[in-house]
Design a protein around this ligand. Structure first.
Ligand SMILES: NC(=O)C1=CN([C@@H]2O[C@H](COP(=O)(O)OP(=O)(O)OC[C@H]3O[C@@H](n4cnc5c(N)ncnc54)[C@H](OP(=O)(O)O)[C@@H]3O)[C@@H](O)[C@H]2O)[C@@H](O)CC1
Ligand SMILES: [K+]
Length: 493
């Protein structure tokens, strides 16, 4: 699924009106019906609803939604916030239809706000994608009051006060919804952890906007939903043998962190690689043999750290980093590996920290190496950023500059390709914020590279499957109780 910017959203709206053709009024009606359909599936008529409308098209949606919900037997009160004399044409047209049906209260000052009781629904239709500046004055006061009210807040299209495709200031006043019901496509703002409280659970509803326009629109931003994820699966042919699926090689672990080697290796083995060799320091030998009899173990001459590696000739992909530490001899081994490697590579964890401390190694990374930093590791690697939009730009520039693929881990892990395209992942949950979860991802990615997934597809698909397995684990064990091994247990496609 594509993510478009605010200008493209406006053009998509206009293209639909022109090409379908459909009147803008009827398009608003369709959007409102889609919202109501979503609402009806979740809330019964017992809960009363207050709809807060601005005077642009988002407010117009609010009015149409109020009318449709009233027609379906819901108890709806409508408030229009009179922050401006002007109103959009479709707002005005909807107002005329609603006025005859429902009593509307115009609010000219914050004290005129109603008192709320518990278990009440607030629909936020103050401002949508047309936000052009921070909210102030009456609107700001109203938003503050809504945020303090008990009950459930549902934003129409986007929380009022939140920009679609750029960062807000920390001081901005923005609705904090429980849910956002957004039209047609997810918005870039929803991908940023800084906006989690300003999106709540967000849901995309299809309002039939111009498919051809969406197809033809150029954007660097994509959302890996289920259909995008499913398309990337390579099927296992009947006449294949273990050689078909490559020989993965993982370098992981140090004294006290052999668990990282176990987790990444098990994840690799469970993700379809034909053969797996794991290189560990001597202290990890028995642990590895017992934990994963399916793997071949290559043992370092050093007891506690990785300081060397075997001949790389037979391997089809290499993963390095989980638990390796940053000892000078390990740094040297990584340097030598980068000199010799001729197959796809994934670099994670301590290997990333080594790169941060030895930036000269960055120039040695083979083209399309996958780096999988969490935000802190990325900061060490690429420097500070003022907000998450800025960080994403930093990551895009970094990916282009070093010709690498970055999996920037987070709630919506961003897979950034060498051309600057960003694929945000849809799967995963907060239960995965637990030790070892990143090691599991390294194993999956190494496995996919060994199976000859392109580095781009390996990164997008690997991150997607990692999240999906995490979701299955959370379902079975809960987000609290699940651990990284549970992610491995739930791999499979
Ligand atoms: N796209 C689609 O496909 C569809 C879109 N639909 C709906 O339309 C919504 C977008 O509508 P919209 O463009 O009228 O914008 P919206 O946010 O309602 O209001 C803009 C008005 O507010 C004003 N204003 C801005 N910032 C302000 C501030 N801080 N404080 C005060 N005022 C401020 C701004 O003034 P201006 O910037 O011009 O000075 C303008 O007058 C979209 O979110 C969705 O709900 C669906 O109906 C159908 C399909
Ligand atoms: K809104």
């Amino acid at each position: 699924m594509k993510i478009l910017n605010v200008n493209q959203i406006r053009e998509m709206d206009a293209a639909t009106i022109q090409n379908e053709p459909i009147s803008s009024y009827n398009l608003m009606e369709r959007a409102s019906l889609a919202f109501v359909k979503w609402y009806e599936e979740r809330f019964d008529t017992k809960k009363s609803i207050s709809v807060f409308c601005g005077k642009g098209n988002n407010g117009g949606d609010g009015l149409a939604i109020s009318r449709i919900l009233t027609g379906k037997g819901y108890h709806v009160r409508v408030f229009i916030i009179e922050y401006s004399k002007d109103a959009s044409k479709d707002f005005q047209q909807n107002l005329e239809k609603v006025e005859t049906l429902i009593q509307i209260k115009s609010i000219f000052e914050p004290n005129a706000m109603p008192d709320f009781v518990d278990d009440h629904i607030i629909i936020d239709a103050l401002l949508g994608s047309g936000l052009s500046r921070p909210v102030s004055g009456l609107l700001e006061e109203i938003i503050k009051k809504i945020n303090e009210a008990p009950g459930t807040i549902i934003s129409v299209d986007i929380a009022s006060g939140l920009y679609v495709d750029k960062s807000n200031e920390k001081s901005d006043t923005i609705i904090k919804p429980d849910h956002t019901v957004t039209f047609q496509l997810p918005k870039l703002a929803f991908m940023m952890p800084q906006n989690a409280v300003f999106t709540g659970d967000w849901h995309v509803v299809d309002i039939g906007l111009d498919k051809k326009f969406i197809e033809d629109s150029a954007t660097p931003y994509y959302f890996t939903d289920q259909s995008a994820g499913d398309k990337l699966v390579k099927s296992r042919e009947k006449f294949s043998h273990k050689g078909t699926f490559g020989h993965a090689f993982i370098l992981a672990g140090s004294y006290g962190k052999i668990g990282a080697a176990v987790l990444s290796s098990r994840a690799c083995a469970h993700s379809g690689a034909g053969l797996l060799t794991v290189h560990v320091p001597e202290c990890g030998y028995e642990i590895m043999q017992i934990s994963l009899p399916e793997a071949m173990i290559s043992v370092d001459s050093n007891r506690n750290n990785i300081t060397s590696f075997p001949d790389l000739e037979s391997f089809s992909a290499i993963g390095i980093g989980p638990g390796i530490g940053q000892e000078p001899l390990t740094v040297r081994a990584l340097d030598q590996l980068l000199e010799q490697i001729k197959v796809p590579l994934i670099i994670d964890a301590d290997a990333l920290n080594i790169l941060s401390k030895h930036p000269d190694l960055l120039d040695k990374l083979p083209a399309k190496t996958i780096l999988s930093p969490h935000p802190k590791e990325f900061q060490r690697l690429a420097g500070e950023s003022v907000n998450e939009f800025d960080r994403l730009e930093l990551a895009r520039n970094f990916a282009e500059k070093y010709n690498v693929i970055i999996c920037l881990k987070g709630a919506y892990t961003a897979v950034i390709l060498t051309n600057g395209d960003v694929h945000f992942n849809s799967t995963g949950n907060a239960g995965m914020a637990t030790g070892g979860s990143g090691d599991v991802l390294t194993g999956i990615l190494t496995s996919l590279l060994a199976q000859k997934y392109t580095p781009e597809n390996a990164a997008i698909f690997g991150v997607y499957q990692h999240g999906l397995a995490g979701d299955k684990a959370a379902e079975k064990k809960t987000k609290t109780a699940m651990i990284a091994s549970d992610i491995i247990e739930n791999l499979g496609w």
